[in-house]
Design a protein around this ligand. Structure first.
Ligand SMILES: Cc1cc2nc3c(=O)[nH]c(=O)nc-3n(C[C@H](O)[C@H](O)[C@H](O)COP(=O)(O)O)c2cc1C
Ligand code: SF4
Length: 530
């Protein structure tokens, strides 16, 4: 047995690799006694990765064995997600703790590149130091996560001490009070009168979405999309930290109104500090015939797209699905499914409690994430009619020594515009006429210290990295676009042709929206500003 095992361990890939008894036992202990099937695959991969700091070929073989899956299935799923570290037989595993330093625009403005370089040279042999896409903390840049613990900027100088302590326990949060929901039979009409739209980016009217379930069979599902990953967006994190009760009341109201059987929370892995709050709260939520589930993302921006999210919930690679069928017809495991953003659920609770009138009178408020070169980056509640200039003012004005030059109204996807458009409202339908959109309301402010081409290159690299690879226009297009904007010659015609192909032929919003950034840059800045 020993020599046979030796012969197997030189294989670089898990194919044909059999798990040893020790590996089978270790994985069984982590996943529990009777797990079969793949829908909890990602949770199991997390358990193993959390425990050992990586996934060995033996772990993958053992997990595949216990779940009754092929090793290729488990391997291709594990390698899709950035938060799993796979290690082939014969290779040394990396240090078991990971330090991820955000590489997004706001963190770069606050010195993330230097922090990353310093951390690599100081701690590279003790922890795995990695750059990471936006961590949803653009209000406190530069952002870093050590193991499962968020580092506040004030902790950065003490990084060494944290690493020495290997203090990776999640932050403790107070337990939530019991959440009560009064009967809300007329809520859908009220939401319609309020004109509430989805806050995840697309702005689809909530009441119309709910109507899709009117004739659906009863095994319905509600998904809470807490995967917030758009660079510059952190309002869902803020709401989950500051007002989780209200979000959960919205969930209960939606679950009751839509008569669902299961509610799934899909929580961004970078928001593990709210995992225990949610997990405790879900244990106290009681609603007849409804089961609540909490699932962790695993470091893939595309899983915020609702059909990619459904695949991830089913334990698969997070790749978007072709539509039709739409999720309301065939969503999670073929069941009728409605997905809502965290903030949408907050407003559902708000409108159910106060009625449509105050919401309309207040100008259909929403929560904006404001970051970049403002004095006090943060989440600001303002009417949908609030302009870019209003939000800069709410965020304390420009930082000293900075002149406002440009802004991104909708994270990485919503385009980039010069300061002269500062009086435009941060509302749905406004920036569309300029080739952009506000999406989830992530406003990033740039100054004369920033180079708009540099910001565009950073965000285009983000799209190229996060493209799931399912369709050619996006997989090849994002890479090709990187090359075109890095080239000293401006290939304007080629950029326009490529953008048309990406917009028209990409399967999902990532590939369709990725050209917005480059096209708006060319349209509104041009050569003189480069
Ligand atoms: C690439 C991509 C990423 C997305 N990321 C998120 C996200 O992080 N959170 C979110 O709520 N919606 C995200 N969406 C939108 C969702 O697909 C979906 O429209 C939304 O969750 C529906 O909820 P709502 O109607 O309450 O807005 C994303 C869409 C795309 C195309
Ligand atoms: S557009 Fe991009 S992210 Fe979306 S399915 Fe195609 S390859 Fe995947």
């Amino acid at each position: 047995m020993g020599s046979k095992r030796q012969a197997q361990t030189v294989r670089p890939y898990p194919k044909g690799r059999h798990a040893t008894d020790a590996e089978l036992f270790a994985v069984r202990e982590l996943i529990g006694p009777s797990e079969k099937g793949r829908d909890r695959l990602i949770e199991h991969l997390h358990s193993i990765n959390d425990r050992f700091g990586h996934l060995s070929a033996g772990h993958i073989a053992a997990l595949a064995h216990h779940l009754g899956l092929s090793q290729a299935d488990v391997y291709e799923t594990a390698t899709f997600y950035a938060h799993f570290t796979t290690v082939a037989d014969g290779k040394a595993p990396p240090p078991s703790t990971t330090l991820r330093i955000c590489d997004g625009p706001a963190c770069r403005m606050a010195g993330a590149k230097t922090l990353l370089k310093d951390a690599l040279s100081a701690f590279g042999d003790q922890v795995q130091v990695l750059p990471a896409p936006c961590q949803g903390a653009c209000d406190t840049p530069p952002s870093a996560i050590l193991g499962q613990q968020r580092m506040a900027p004030a902790d950065m100088p003490a990084l060494e001490a944290h690493i020495a302590e290997n203090d990776t326990a999640p932050l403790k949060r107070p337990e939530l009070d019991k959440i009560e929901v009064s009967d809300t039979p007329a809520i859908r009409n009220t939401l319609e009168q309020a004109g509430l739209r989805g806050m995840g980016g697309a702005g689809f009217p909530v009441a119309r979405k709910w109507a899709f379930l009117d004739t659906a069979p009863p095994d319905r599902v509600l998904v809470v999309n807490a995967d917030e990953g758009e660079p510059g967006t952190f309002k869902d994190r803020f709401l989950l930290e500051a007002e989780p009760e209200k979000v959960l009341r919205g969930v209960l109201i939606a679950a009751r109104s839509l008569q669902v059987k299961d509610v799934f929370f899909y929580l961004r892995d970078e928001y593990l500090h709210v995992h225990s709050t949610l997990s405790n709260a879900l244990k106290t939520l009681v609603m007849d015939g409804v089961t609540f589930h909490l699932r962790r993302g695993a470091g893939a921006y595309i899983c915020g797209e609702e059909t990619a999210l459904l695949n991830s919930l089913e334990g698969k690679r997070g790749q978007p699905r072709n539509r039709p069928p739409y999720p309301a017809q065939s969503g999670y495991k073929g069941r009728p499914t409605i997905t809502h953003n965290v903030e949408t659920l907050y407003w559902i609770a708000d409108i159910a409690e106060r009625g449509a009138e105050p919401y309309v009178d207040e100008g259909r408020p929403r929560f904006y994430s404001v970051s970049g070169r403002v004095k006090t980056p943060g989440v600001y509640r303002a009417a949908s009619t609030a302009s870019v200039a209003d939000l800069i003012e709410m965020a304390g004005g420009m930082m000293d020594g900075h002149r406002f030059t440009a802004f991104l109204p909708g994270g990485a996807s919503g385009g980039i515009f010069p300061a002269r458009y500062q009086d435009k409202a941060m509302d749905f339908g406004v920036f569309e006429e300029l080739g952009g959109f506000v999406g989830s309301g992530a406003l990033t402010i740039l100054s004369d210290h920033d180079d708009v081409w540099d910001v565009t290159r950073t965000l285009m690299a983000f799209f190229a990295d996060e493209s799931c690879g399912k369709c050619t226009p996006c997989r090849i297009g994002t890479e090709k676009m990187m090359g075109l904007i890095e080239s000293p010659a401006r290939h304007t015609d080629l950029i326009h042709d490529l953008s048309t192909a990406m917009r028209e032929a990409s399967i999902c919003g990532l590939g369709q929206a990725a050209p917005n950034l480059v096209l708006s840059l060319l349209n509104h800045f041009g050569e003189a500003d480069t």
